[in-house]
Design a binder for this molecule. Structure first.
Ligand SMILES: [Zn+2]
Length: 91
């Protein structure tokens, strides 16, 4: 689990870096990268708080982060789903 959770700007930077990754079709020899649609960044969180106290963003723990997208090959028209899951650092 990760103590901090990402702010809006960090999520934007992650999506920008994800968009810089080129994926290629696995069904045809299209030399061009696949087209990405619906790039989405999502954090999964848990909130730990003492009994009787309200939830607080300071107690949020990020348990994972995923970036997903649909890919479409303009040449053979196959579509793919990519899911990159960050599960935190190796300790
Ligand atoms: Zn293709």
């Amino acid at each position: 689990m990760i103590r901090d959770y990402l702010n809006e700007e960090s999520e934007k930077n992650i999506i920008e870096r994800f968009n810089s990754i080129d994926f290629h079709c696995i069904f045809c020899n299209n030399p061009d990268p696949l087209e990405k649609t619906n790039v989405h960044c999502e954090q999964e969180r848990l909130n730990f708080h003492p009994p009787g106290q309200d939830m607080s963003p300071y107690n949020d723990l990020r348990t994972s982060l995923r970036v997903t997208t649909f890919l479409i090959c303009p040449q053979c028209k196959n579509k793919f789903f990519v899911n990159i899951l960050d599960q935190g650092k190796i300790i």
